[in-house]
Design a binder for this molecule. Structure first.
Ligand SMILES: [Zn+2]
Length: 150
């Protein structure tokens, strides 16, 4: 595993400056549209005259919330990539063999979590794990750990 996908990690955490500027712009535009909607609604007494302004308010909320959810998902993805890059040298040293066919014979899960790990995975070190057999792994909706690739 080579650290080639590393996202920019600077003083903005897992987000790039460009990403944060986009988030701020989307929220400022959303707030401005919401304010415009409120002003437009304030002097409309009839429902059919209010509908366009309410639609604008919905668009403003969707714009801001989409940007915020994208911000959270993007940050989470970049943190995962960063964690994989940081753990890669240790995982490579701990699991020198090539990944076994899906799923490998020895896999474990952390209680209540669907992710399958090798018993030697650093992400399960110190946690209470349950061994899981191949049939059980195939029967449950689960996914492979991206760090240890069981
Ligand atoms: Zn793992």
């Amino acid at each position: 595993m080579t650290p080639t996908r590393r996202p920019a990690m600077d003083s903005y955490g897992p987000w790039s400056r460009r990403f944060l500027m986009g988030l701020i712009a989307a929220n400022v535009i959303g707030a401005a549209l919401m304010l415009l909607s409120c002003v437009g609604l304030s002097d409309q007494a009839r429902l059919n005259q209010q509908v366009p302004w309410l639609s604008l308010a919905v668009i403003a909320i969707l714009l801001a919330s989409t940007a915020d959810v994208g911000w959270l998902i993007g940050g989470r993805r970049n943190l995962l990539i960063r964690r994989i890059d940081l753990l890669a040298p240790f995982v490579d040293a701990a699991t020198p063999e090539a990944p076994a066919p899906w799923p490998s014979k020895e896999v474990v899960v952390v209680a209540g979590r669907p992710v399958l790990h090798r018993p030697s995975c650093l992400l399960v070190a110190g946690k209470i794990t349950e061994p899981i057999n191949v049939d059980e792994a195939n029967a449950k909706p689960s996914r492979r750990c991206r760090v240890c690739e069981p």
